[in-house]
Ligand binder design. Structure first.
Ligand code: ATP
Ligand code: MG
Length: 330
């Protein structure tokens, strides 16, 4: 019987490091002993194993729940009311107490400022901070320097990712073509294991236990595709030396040097309802390093939440970026 209620990525959340896919040894080392000699920052894209590794480490280190302080609300008052009193107490029965903060980049400047004052260093003998983030660059520099170990998660171990997916498919008795799985992983491994596992699960549920790879691939990388088209078009405009060709991009993009990418981009935006636009904006912001363009992306990114037609919003943003790129003469 196929039970659709439990997501595979939760069901197969690794309980030990043996089950985890790693891209480097630094990741394994933090779970070697029952203490951590310093504060740890786990950074990397969504769904690559940061929380899973943190939880495995916590299970190994924390022997009594009183030795764990898990911050969920990210309110500034947490620093004074929860973290400060916690770090000052002696561990109950663990060698080391843990303060665990997810998405530390989402805490306010004030929160980060208060945290780095004293709290993170003074009690290092008995307390370690384990923090996760998708965006290490958004963390205050002085706070960043308080982390002894900064461990980056990359979804790049193609072989082990494939093995993990194979394991899950076998456990679930899924019908699939092993060669197609290899192709699927080779093409999409960067999406992170959670996305990969989830898309296999969706296919399994909708095809009664069989994985249909041909239908899968289009969905998985949609944000990637969109970001790729935008970056490609902007680059083309910026490096073009023909002022007329540049102007045509704005007036009739379907007839210009960016025609091909533009039509794919617009088609993608208009025909998909499950695009994560926030993610698109975030990735654009990270990839495009030219400040005037970043300002535009930043502005549109802040407004996206309230937009009824986010696809149109993204295309408007692209138009403004084009206009700005037109004025650049490299
Ligand atoms: N490196 C990995 N090894 C094995 N399974 C993984 C790995 N990364 C992700 N997964 C699978 O994806 C699920 C989600 O992973 P996890 O919650 O650790 O991601 P995360 O990096 O914390 O993501 P986010 O940034 O969204 O918080 C896990 O339960 C597991 O099934
Ligand atoms: Mg997480």
């Amino acid at each position: 019987m196929i039970n659709p209620s439990i997501s595979w990525f939760e069901k197969f959340r690794p309980q030990s490091i043996e089950e985890m896919v790693f891209s480097n040894d630094a990741q394994k080392n933090i779970v070697k002993s029952e203490t951590i000699p310093g504060n740890v920052l786990l950074s990397g894209p969504a769904g690559t194993g940061k929380s899973t590794l943190a939880l495995i480490a916590i299970r190994k280190i924390v022997k009594n729940q009183a030795d764990l302080c898990r911050i969920k609300t990210r309110s500034v008052s947490d620093v004074d009311e929860k973290i400060a009193p916690f770090v000052q107490k002696k561990p109950v029965s663990s060698k080391c107490k843990i303060v665990y903060i997810e998405e530390i980049d989402r805490t306010s400047r004030q929160f980060q400022a208060q945290l780095k004052e004293d709290l993170m260093e003074k009690y290092q003998d008995s307390v370690a901070f384990i923090c996760c983030t998708n965006h290490p660059k958004r963390i205050d520099n002085a706070l960043l320097s308080r982390f002894t170990f900064q461990i980056e998660f990359k979804s790049d171990n193609i072989q082990d990712i494939k093995n993990r997916l194979e394991f899950i498919l076998t456990q679930e008795k899924a019908q699939y073509d092993p060669d197609e799985l290899v192709k699927f992983v080779t093409k999409n491994y960067k999406a992170g294991l959670r996305n990969l596992i989830n898309s296999l699960h969706v296919s399994y549920l909708s095809h009664n236990g069989t994985i249909d790879f041909s239908a899968l691939e289009q969905n998985l990388n949609i944000e990637d595709n969109i970001v790729g088209y935008i970056v490609g078009m902007i680059e083309k405009i910026m490096i073009s030396t023909d002022p007329n060709a540049k102007k045509i991009c704005i007036a009739t993009p379907f007839n210009s040097i960016i025609a091909k990418e533009y039509s794919s981009f617009v088609t993608l935006c208009h025909n998909n309802y499950d695009i994560n636009y926030e993610n698109v904006f975030e990735r654009l912001y990270e990839l495009i390093r030219y400040l005037p363009l970043q300002v535009i992306i930043g502005k549109y990114s802040e407004e996206i939440e309230m937009k009824k037609y986010p696809n149109v919003h993204l295309i408007s943003c692209f138009y403004e970026m084009m206009k700005c790129a037109l004025e650049v003469h490299l």
